[in-house]
Design a protein around this ligand. Structure first.
Ligand SMILES: [Fe+2]
Ligand SMILES: [Fe+2]
Length: 228
């Protein structure tokens, strides 16, 4: 639910500094912005379908829109890029976390929604380094990247929690203890993956390419890519 709000900010932040980049990073940044543009366009369609079915979720959409608008208005262009780099690090951990439990999380899911999520996460793995390299190329400091990454993780956690509670309410499962237990278990497991990865990423000298990619998404992309 968050993507149509977080990703446009990320795209605008990278586009704003493209002219300060040299090749080949400049072309990589343009391709990255195009890829992210596709992500949030498809997620917008997904949200429209979900909100049409459960109009009360429009309230959450309004809050998400407001949060990113405030951050964008108050950030410098360089902080926007640091936010993009931090957002990518969090997205990468999310992809890795889903890869190792995709049958539990997405088994039995609507095939179109499942493919949307897996396609998106596969491309997050594919472009995991681009925003970070843009941040470094414009002279971004590690501290700023770490702060932006924490902000990005906080927004993801907060709005995922709010949206999940809202979805449980509208689907009549808010009082189901099993749903809450499952959520608690998944949240703890994600935090255990996320925090060490964030700590490592904030260390001087660390580059996203040092992280080992899950094989699952390579295979998934190979299977779903049309003829080149
Ligand atoms: Fe994306
Ligand atoms: Fe991304």
């Amino acid at each position: 639910m968050l993507m149509p709000y977080a990703e446009p900010f990320v795209v605008r932040s990278i586009k704003a500094v493209v002219d300060r980049l040299d090749e080949p990073l400049r072309s990589a940044a343009v391709a990255y912005a195009r890829q992210e543009g596709q992500h949030h366009a498809q997620h917008r369609r997904f949200n429209d379908l979900v909100v049409a079915r459960h109009p009360v979720l429009r309230l959450n959409e309004r809050w998400m829109g407001r949060a990113y608008r405030v951050i964008e208005r108050r950030s410098s262009p360089d902080f926007g890029v640091a936010f993009a780099a931090g957002f990518e690090s969090v997205a990468y951990v999310a992809a890795r976390w889903v890869a190792s439990r995709h049958t539990t999380l997405l088994g039995g899911a609507d095939p179109a929604a499942r493919d949307l999520f897996l396609w998106h996460l596969a491309e997050e793995v594919e472009h995991k380094s681009v925003a970070f390299e843009v941040h470094e190329a414009i002279g971004g400091r590690r501290f700023r990247y770490a702060v932006a990454m924490m902000l990005s993780a906080f927004l993801l956690a907060w709005f995922s929690f709010a949206n999940t509670l809202a979805m449980l309410a509208v689907t009549g499962r808010i009082l189901n203890p099993l749903a809450h237990l499952r959520l608690l278990f998944w949240s703890i497991s994600f935090v255990f993956d996320l925090l060490p990865a964030m700590a490592v990423s904030a260390m001087p000298g660390h580059h996203p390419r040092d992280l080992v990619d899950p094989l699952f998404f390579d295979l998934w992309l190979a299977e779903h890519r049309g003829p080149q």
